[in-house]
Design a protein around this ligand. Sequence first.
Ligand code: ADP
Length: 349
Amino acid sequence: MIKIDHLIKRYGANYAVDDVSFSIGEGEIVGFLGPNGAGKSTTMNILTGYLSATSGTVKVGGIDVLEDPLSAKKMIGFLPEQPPLYLDMTVEEYLNFSYELKNCKLNRTKHLKEICEVVKITDVYHRVIRNLSKGYRQRVGIAQALIGNPKIIIFDEPTVGLDPKQIIEIRNLIRNLGRDHTVILSTHILQEVQAVCDRIIIINKGKIVADERTENITRAVDSKRRFNVKIVGPQREVLAMLKAKQGIVYAEALAERDGDAHTYMIESEVGLDIRKNLFYTLAEKNWPMIGLEALGMSLEDIFITIVDSSEEKKKTRGRASIEKKVAQSVMQSTAQKQMESNASDGKSE
Ligand code: ADP
């Protein structure tokens, strides 16, 4: 559905995109990731026909975007990070306006009605956009992207600023759209990629540094098991037990305290699920476990690890070493992150 070959975009002596090649099949949902300045927008803008390339080819549904940008654009729906909404319009006015702007030829009433049903905005169709919640506004933005039935939809950070319930709803919506669309999702949130994408492409300094099935990257993250465990009992003794326990390779007491319960971060041996065993040990000691939370790793951490690895790729042993480095860097960052997130718990929207 999308085929990019040896794409180069140069600004003066600077390569914004430096020999990028990848293809995306029909119905795939792909996460496109990278830090600021990596070349994501440039690639997306070339892909959507808004920017010319220095060299290389970009084909969308068999159409060469650089030769025929107008036809290519018709195949793509785009939801920018800030959807271009006109706040004073009603949803109805806005979608009709977008319909005309796109010069859509489909049966207007039927098409807009169908889209509203898919993105679940039928009940706010006559409301002014300004008065809608951010979640609904985002859906209106997605509705706009769906006008004209594009086969490819590109989402740029679609859940930023949404509350947890809205995030789940938008992710579900993206997944559902992925059933009959090719989807590119630009996000920096690992959970989002895990929840939504089949595949992750990571770009850095204009070059692709990873192109993997999602499960391969998340397996690397999960290859060591890390938990925050909340246990009622004397902190020093509990910690000593955790440190001495077979199968636990790391244990640390966190500052967090909840009455007579303390939280500990533990890491078990690779491939070992310590949870049941730990439960029985704690029960024997009469130290109730009142919380157990699996710890993830932020995409930034994975990203840094992969980028670091890729920058000395030739010297390393490829993927296995990336996975190892990913696993290693988790522990360094998780404690800090977890404490920060614990501190902000309760303040979440
Ligand atoms: P991202 O979207 O990943 O943040 P961009 O694609 O916007 O990255 O930018 C990639 C690189 O190209 C950056 O170094 C940026 O400074 C440079 N760049 C982007 N647009 C221009 C431009 N119009 N002129 C000069 N340099 C540009």
